[in-house]
Design a binder for this molecule. Sequence first.
Ligand code: GDD
Ligand code: MN
Length: 386
Amino acid sequence: VPSGSLEIRELPILSQAGDDRPLRFSLIIPTYQEAKNVKKLVHKCNKLLKREIPGEYEIIVVDDNSPDGTWEIAQNLMSEYPQLRVMRRVEERGLSTAVIRGWQVARGEVLGVIDGDLQHPPKTLLELWGEIKRGGDMAVASRNAEGGGVSKWSIVRRFLSRGAQILGLILLPGVVGRVSDPMSGYFMVRRKCLIGCTMSPLGYKILIEVLARGRVPWIGEVGYQFKERLEGESKVTAKQYIDYLRHLLRLRLSLGPIGRLLRFGVVGFSGVFVDMAVFYLLRIHLGLGLTRSTILSAEVAIFNNFLWNDLWTFGDIARRQPGKRQRFRRFLKFNTVCLAGIILQTLLVNLFFNVFGMNQFVAKLVAIAAIVFWNFWLNLKLSWRV
Ligand code: GDD
Ligand code: MN
């Protein structure tokens, strides 16, 4: 498998499972400096899966060109394990992107991930698979579910781990609160839950990204004991904690309406300049009448705003409704909402000025503010329906 050299910001999950015959399950093993662990882990996982779903799975090691030659060891195992594939990434690094890259080339209907250092007991794979078989959209191995735990963690480490979880609960209750161990890097998810979703993970916590961006109505959990590392070293440094915080904040902004409303505001602001520029052009250079110029320039501004909103403000939604026809429908709706907004604004200004006796400029300002919200909500609910 060739390594991807693309910049990762947007990671669409392929709609179809690879070019070959689809498999039932793809297990990703992300590795960095796991030369002493990879062989044993591949052996154990393969043995379990071979018994459970013979010929219907694959194991993909995604190694970031480890100096200790983990990728080479894995590649040499391929003759012994026909279900094994190895991706050696040269230009990209990072745990979360490694997992997504693996999933992008995976052929399985169910996508899974397990740490490459044997801290995740392979036998839990069967219990996770059991949850999927029962109909789960996702199965998460949890240290906090029944039968789960950590071996010999210090008070400080436990405190940090819990603190991170609580922080997540405060910032993203609807995401982090859905599982008992949101930090887990040991889970399975059905491909169909991720199709069309754009993942832009940051740092270590891929599960949070999947929970936030995917559609996973039913989540099963399985308790597991997080083992001590016997070989190699953990790659966790202070950077991972900072990345985690950035990840949470980024999700908070992109999930709630706040970030969207801000983008909508920026686009609206750009529309004012487009409107003025076109108005100037029509009046001064083409000598068009005042009313015609006003209508035409407003329409050009609406078109400008639509394009930016469709690409940026509501880009994530628009990408789920592809095609020129769909885009044109969204444009018609957007246009209608905006025109209705202009009429409503006129009514409001009149009401504030004539009935309430407001200052005319204050009246206009309040009306504009009201219309921004009107436009935002109606377009969110009608044009880009969520
Ligand atoms: N490809 C690749 N690239 N793999 C990586 C990278 C990277 O940049 N960094 C780490 N890994 C691999 C490691 O080789 C290991 O197999 C796994 O990712 C986890 O890394 P550790 O450094 O061992 O992290 P940990 O022991 O603290 O595990 C914590 O994070 C895991 C991942 O989210 C725990 O919270 C686990 O529960 C969790 O699964
Ligand atoms: Mn580890």
